[in-house]
Ligand binder design. Structure first.
Ligand code: ZN
Length: 101
């Protein structure tokens, strides 16, 4: 199988509420800020119990496909969200909330 980036309409809140950020071997839950989460058989945060459906990684910033592929192999049940998109959209939302747009 090959990887191809697909744009789709997403509810950003839904993504934010079910995402895990990963680095090489461990994950970080943005919900409860737990770090060092093991990536094996991962479906829930051991800290706050959030269900993980999406994953992203700072290391994949700029579209580094090898990082995406490695992460997908470790967490095949999660949807890989483009890191730059995620940061751009969540940053935009933050600004909107700040200014009450
Ligand atoms: Zn958590």
């Amino acid at each position: 199988m090959d990887y191809i980036r697909v744009w789709t309409e997403m509810d950003v809140r839904e993504v934010q509420d079910h995402i895990i950020m990963v680095e090489d071997k461990f994950g970080h839950c943005p919900g409860c800020r737990q770090i060092g989460i093991k990536l094996t058989e991962l479906d829930k945060c051991p800290g706050c119990g959030r269900e993980f459906r999406y994953v992203t990684s700072k290391d994949a910033s700029g579209g580094k496909s090898d990082v995406v592929m490695r992460t997908r192999k470790k967490l095949p049940d999660l949807v890989f969200v483009d890191y730059d998109d995620y940061i751009r959209i969540t940053g935009k939302k933050k600004a909107e909330n700040l200014f009450n747009v």
